[in-house]
Design a protein around this ligand. Structure first.
Ligand code: PGA
Length: 253
């Protein structure tokens, strides 16, 4: 059975004290809102991983926003999967469009990062999405198919079953524009059919596919009521404890 997941991506926001304070609020509020089988994950900057993993307990899981594709060694400024795992974090976002664009992360690099995460028992939240141009010129199915093929489809079935996918249309991220529930459902169904073609019905049916891109308490209900949308990857709204928990509440209603 696939899981319902609400994940927050704090991006490069909040210093140490601000992070602990927001996270404590979130944990307290989530305790009352979370359903037993629902997963809540917060992905803060690296500096927060260890302290938040201790504070989160069973209520809120922790993930990093990136890892190195290397195991260890002379890679100044990088953080390895093993290091992230040692903080108590259990998830990692891989292939966010900001990393693809600003840090030139290729599908091949992201495939290597995914394998490294799995080697160290971190669960990848793997992001795919198209630009506005690709949406407008109709090439988006091909773009998404290529991201899946090169980023994920060389994994074994056992490894693929540990992947969560986040569909994040780039034109909707941080812009206030949201995919309509119909647009999002259409793509989520497409992603699931691609998974089915590669790994079979059961794996496809068990894979959680999250929507991301200007998700907020107002639009969450319609998005999450689509049959192939299993939750959200939330950016801006995860920086406000009330909005984030309202999204969880909407999801449960
Ligand atoms: P947003 O970001 O919710 O602020 O649009 C989503 C994301 O980038 O993961």
């Amino acid at each position: 059975m696939r899981k319902n997941i609400i994940a927050g991506n704090w991006k490069m926001n909040l210093d140490y004290n601000e992070g602990v304070s927001l996270f404590s609020e979130i944990v307290n509020m989530v305790k009352d809102e979370r359903k037993g089988d629902q997963l809540v994950v917060i992905c803060p900057p690296y500096i927060h991983l260890n302290s938040l993993a201790k504070l989160g307990g069973a209520e809120v899981k922790i993930g990093s926003q990136n890892i190195s594709d290397n195991e260890s060694g002379a890679f100044t400024g990088e953080i390895s999967a093993k290091m992230v795992k040692s903080t108590g974090a259990e998830y990692v976002i891989i292939g966010h469009s900001e990393r693809r664009e600003y840090f030139a992360e290729s599908d091949e690099l992201l495939a290597a990062k995914t394998k490294k995460a799995l080697e160290h028992h971190l669960n990848p939240i793997f992001c795919i999405g198209e630009t506005l141009d690709e949406r407008n010129n109709g090439s988006y199915y091909e773009v998404l198919k290529k991201q899946l093929l090169h980023g994920l489809f060389s994994l074994t079935e056992a490894d693929f079953s540990k992947i969560t996918i986040a569909y994040e249309p780039i034109w909707a991220i941080g812009t206030g524009l949201t995919a309509t529930p119909e647009q999002a459902q259409d793509i989520h169904a497409f992603i699931r059919s691609e998974i089915e073609a590669n790994y079979g019905f059961n794996v496809a049916d068990d894979t959680s596919i999250l929507y991301g891109g200007s998700c907020n308490p107002k639009n969450a209900n319609e998005l999450f009521s689509q049959k192939d949308i299993d939750g959200g990857l939330i950016g801006g709204a995860s920086l406000k404890s009330r909005d984030f928990t309202d999204i969880i509440r909407v999801f449960n209603s």
